[in-house]
Ligand binder design. Structure first.
Ligand code: ZN
Ligand code: ZN
Length: 418
């Protein structure tokens, strides 16, 4: 039996792992500079958490969630997104006690049963932040600024921000009515899914990918035109903060996020280089979510982005990411005494974080030097029988060919790049 990786998943192979580590490290650093702390939740949760938060009628819950029943018959789901688990933990652990404003970030795999295509996987890796505890429009701009700072720190030059407001629950009610009025004469022309959506969640009519349904979208009323005064004011204030932060944006009324819990601000960060699937992060305000999963009525805002598309965008912009390191030092040891002398030195160097390699299977001096070359080592440390007796070593710079004689102490204080 030849085992194959499950469809829609991928291995992060050693050749790529340093790129993944790098983008994660930059994200951690940027998040920390905004005062965000990492939170790690399990990859599975009670299925009901997502049914409550994403909405029973959402595609995520209806079609994409990996559900399973455990040995005791309880219903769980692999997490399809990161916000609901973070909010679950926030409520369960009373994180609100720690001063009102809670800033959290996370990263890890998410799971959706979706048709695999370029840049879309069934197990995919996301990063995101959640700001919980205030409805102040400054924080909407802050989380956007965090993502912008991250993208720019990686060297992306042209990320674009598109922003919209989907209003509060009251605005949404007015808007739903407007949508039903608009779609009513066309009800028979809609796909069966959309006929259900018409009653349940008219806003989902706008998400339908069936071409005949999509055609109606163009002239459909926009949520933006149904904002009440306070939601309009909130949106204008967010835009003002973005202006002050020198973050460019375009208002795009078509941004309606797929999950039920979004209120007010909704946004996407876009890299046009990516073609059709050009959104690399998206988020918004979710003022109703915390109460929905059993907490006190508390506003929040956040975003999530995908590492796969981010790495693709970096590749398209030809941004060089760190490669796996080469050995700083390759040992070339002749005879048992040399090995005796060298192994404690190797241990000390590695303790200092210096990458040292040695290949005992290569016998001759020449074969060992060749091995050092093929590993692209920076230096070779040569210890022959003679050196072993005199307790000296020869350090050879493999790019210049220069050699110098060192004592063991000199070697240990040599400025290798760790
Ligand atoms: Zn409103
Ligand atoms: Zn449809």
């Amino acid at each position: 039996m030849n085992y194959k990786i499950p469809r829609g998943t991928f291995d992060i192979l050693p050749a790529d792992s340093s790129k993944w580590q790098y983008v994660q490290q930059v994200f951690r650093k940027v998040a920390a500079s905004f005062g965000y702390r990492e939170i790690t939740t399990p990859i599975f949760e009670m299925a009901e958490l997502f049914e409550r938060s994403s909405g029973e009628s959402s595609d995520v819950v209806q079609k994409e969630m990996y559900r399973f029943t455990d040995q005791k018959g309880r219903s769980f789901a692999l997490r399809p997104e990161g916000t609901a688990p973070v909010v679950r933990s926030y409520v369960e652990n009373h994180l609100e006690m720690q001063g009102g404003r809670t800033r959290l970030y996370y990263m890890g795999p998410m799971f959706r049963y979706d048709r695999p295509q370029a840049g879309r996987y069934r197990q995919f890796y996301q990063y995101g932040v959640e700001f919980i505890g205030s409805n102040h429009p400054y924080y909407d701009a802050e989380v956007i600024a965090l993502e912008m700072t991250f993208l720019k720190a990686l060297g992306l030059t042209r990320p674009r921000l598109e922003i919209n407001s989907v209003g509060c629950a009251e605005c949404a009610r007015d808007y739903d009515k407007a949508l039903r009025d608009y779609y009513a004469p066309h009800l028979n022309e809609l796909c069966p899914d959309c006929q259900k959506r018409y009653e349940l969640k008219p806003r989902r009519l706008l998400d339908c990918k069936v071409p005949s349904c999509k055609a109606f979208r163009k002239d459909a009323p926009s949520q933006f035109d149904y904002l009440d005064a306070s939601c309009r004011e909130h949106f204008d204030a967010v835009c003002r903060y973005l202006d002050q932060m020198k973050i460019n944006y375009q208002i795009n009324p078509a941004i309606v996020r797929g999950l039920d819990y979004y209120t007010n601000t909704a946004f996407e960060l876009i890299c046009d280089e990516l073609g059709a699937q050009n959104s690399i992060a998206g988020g918004g305000r979710y003022n109703a979510l915390i109460a929905q999963v059993g907490g006190k009525d508390t506003p929040g805002i956040g975003f999530a982005g995908g590492f796969e598309r981010l790495l693709l965008a970096l590749e398209k912009e030809n941004i060089q990411l760190p490669q796996n390191p080469n050995p700083a030092l390759f040992m070339v040891l002749m005879g048992e005494e040399a090995v005796d002398f060298a192994l404690p030195l190797i241990a000390e160097l590695r303790q200092k974080g210096i990458y040292v390699d040695y290949n005992p299977e290569k016998g001759s001096f020449k074969a060992q030097l060749k091995a050092a070359d093929s590993m692209n080592a920076r230096y070779a440390l040569i210890i022959g029988e003679h050196e072993a007796i005199s307790r000296t070593l020869v350090l050879k710079d493999l790019s210049s060919g220069e050699q110098q004689s060192l004592s063991a102490d000199e070697l240990l204080s040599f400025p290798f790049e760790a």
